[in-house]
Design a protein around this ligand. Structure first.
Ligand code: ZN
Length: 343
């Protein structure tokens, strides 16, 4: 564990047992000179099994994972596992404290700031600590997200495509783990701004990475929190840190693997009120009307029609009605055909 002028950690990852402490990052404020940002961190270690890093709160308006990891950290004892869990329930603490996606300190999105830099802004320092001190020692990384305040999605695990992973074996393990989590879907997604994501950092290191997207709308439900808690337990069993309590094969068989279509992301062409014309789970054909955008100021102007750019199933969409040109508004998915990768 390195403790330098840019961050300290009050626990040792090499220590057996269960330890709770803080990542301490210098955070000068007008009302508190010489102060630190104190990010809670837990290490639970026993035996020689795999090291799993569980992280939530990269975005401060996504809550299922933050709740599930608090429960896990409280309830799990080191004697319950074979291996090590490194748990950070609320990684981007400044954004968590204000329920926002980006940090209120430097306006950066943590999950577009990796690998970070020790001498950067506070968000870049958080990313640097995770990259250097945790990703390097983890065998598997589980990043718990949700739709946040602006996105509604079917409960899913998001992973990147085979082309971004270092081997067929890592890709097939990642898909199998994603299915074993127990949500409805696994989506294979290619983001245009993939650089800067924790996903990419872990994939470059040649390790399995899962992004859990269990809820929507900047709020939780009893069902989404419960499914997240159960899913985390399923993953610990999948990676053999604990004994399986349920039939993981049966759970995995209920998860559909899909990929976002090449033209599946639809972007608003104008400002206005967004009127969705199809519901989650609906299937559409290319050219079908999936939404309309109504001009705010010109009442008699015909709305702009949004047509499906491809055939597919609506699996993710924008939540707020007021929309700006360039905003994401809907995503369509199609079945994934991955026989050539052993899926
Ligand atoms: Zn997120």
């Amino acid at each position: 564990m390195s403790n330098n002028s840019n961050f300290r950690c009050t626990i040792s990852f090499d220590a057996e047992g269960k330890h709770c402490g803080h990542i301490m990052i210098p955070n000068q404020r007008d009302d508190a000179a010489l102060s630190f940002l104190m990010i809670p961190i837990v290490s639970i270690r026993n035996g020689n099994g795999p090291v799993v890093f569980l992280n939530a709160g990269s975005h401060g308006d996504e809550f299922e994972g933050q709740i599930a990891l608090r429960d896990l950290a409280r309830n799990l004892n080191h004697s319950d596992i074979d291996g090590q869990l490194i748990i950070i329930p609320s990684l981007n603490l400044p954004s968590v404290e204000v329920s926002r996606r980006r940090s209120p300190i430097d306006s950066k999105d943590l999950n577009r700031s990796f690998p970070g830099t020790e001498n950067g802004t506070i968000t870049e320092k958080i990313a640097s600590f995770v990259s250097k001190e945790i990703v390097t020692r983890a065998d598997v990384v589980i990043d718990l997200h949700a739709g946040g305040s602006s996105v509604e999605a079917c409960p899913h695990i998001m992973i990147h495509g085979r082309e971004f992973m270092q081997s067929d074996a890592i890709f097939s393990t990642t898909v199998a783990a994603a299915k074993a989590f127990g949500l409805d879907y696994t989506f294979i997604v290619d983001f245009p701004d993939r650089d800067g994501m924790l996903d990419t950092e872990v994939e470059k290191a040649g390790k399995p990475f899962l992004c859990v997207e269990a809820g929507s709308g900047g709020q939780t439900s009893a069902e989404t929190v419960l499914r997240t808690k159960q899913g985390v337990q399923n993953l610990l069993a999948f990676f053999k840190l604990v004994n399986a309590q349920d039939d993981l094969d049966a759970i995995a068989n209920r998860c559909a693997v899909k990929q976002i279509c090449d033209d599946g992301f639809h972007i608003a062409p104008a400002d206005g009120f967004l009127e969705h014309m199809v519901e989650h789970g609906d299937s559409v054909q290319k050219g079908d009307v999936i939404g309309r955008i109504h001009d705010i100021h010109h009442v008699l102007r015909e709305p702009i029609v949004i047509k499906a750019q491809c055939a597919g199933q609506l699996v993710v969409r924008r939540m707020p009605t007021l929309t700006r040109s360039g905003d994401f508004i809907a995503g369509l998915a199609e079945p994934f055909v991955g026989a050539d990768h052993g899926i």
